[in-house]
Design a protein around this ligand. Sequence first.
Ligand SMILES: [Cu+2]
Length: 388
Amino acid sequence: MTSLLVLIVVVLLGIAVWQLTKIFDLTQIGAKKENSEIANDNDNNVNGYLMFGFLVFIYLTTIFCVVKFGDLPLMSNSASEHGADYDNLMWISMILIFIVQTITQGLLHFFAFKYRGKDGNKALYFADNDKLEFIWTIIPVIVLAGLILYGLYAWTNIMFVDEEEDVMYVELYAKQFSWEARYAGQDNSLGKANVRYIEGVNTLGVDLSDPNAQDDKQVSELHLPVGKKIVFKMRSQDVLHSAYMPHFRAQMNCVPGMVTQFAFKPTMTTDEMRNSPDMVEKVARINKIRAKKSAELVAKGQAALDSYTFDYLLLCNKICGASHYNMQMKIVVESEADFKKWLSEKPALGKVIKDAKAAEAPATEAAVPAVKAEAVKVDSTKALAQVK
Ligand SMILES: [Cu+2]
């Protein structure tokens, strides 16, 4: 209701201002010599200088953004083998865009200023110029073709998985609003799965009649061995999600009803990334902001924020619902030995589900005699009553 009233007030204010300007215009009739709707030299000059002003504005905004936010994009310090290729492609594209936009915007606004209207000037009739058209067509063609070919080459390299190579299979399972992961176990082969099999602790819908499924291991925190190529098989339970691991320059959609794939080799452990100069600087900056915020919170009598420690993350990069922003899973990259130790402590899925069923079964069986005994008790009470 309040917003409706505010809206009405804003609309009425707008109408009032509009009417006032009309009244102001009417009072000006006859006051000025020049009251024509046709642009004169003064108007043209104003427009010409405004064009220049706008050019200065976009240049200054660009410089400001580069200086202030230039260190925020992830364009270096990647933690995967293909990351350097990816970053190169990004750098080349961004530098090209930057140079081309600086030159074209400069020319556009300069000529708009230089050839602003002048009383008595006549436009030059200029039909065409083949040489000029050829130049401004062929340069973008060559540059864009080069970029596209390089992009295709990088993409093919990133997406190629050599089946002969020693790889590890991991499933990433997306659902509103969390992630789960499944390791292929000793046989390095993920068991079949389907949403129809989801029941009780089998939250991934793994088909337990598949022998490959028995030794699979289900986890809610992703650990990866450094230097080993991991082939991720992605599935989704409900809607379209996107598995996004920014520090590894990896992203792939998770589509309900199909399995998608992305593979990469982590090259930096979590500890190495935490200690890299770029990350140390970034974390210090984040903690400075948090300390400032904490001081404000403490002044209000609330609890201070914890200091931030870097962790790799798996995020969802498709807006998949209300809690999409919080759909994330921690990733730990560690040495192969640490990884093996961690994984060996996780129970196999076949055993987990068998144990869960066994735990359910005695409870049901125990419940049945209790019910029977109760029934007997009721019957005997009834019989006693009848006897009495
Ligand atoms: Cu999602």
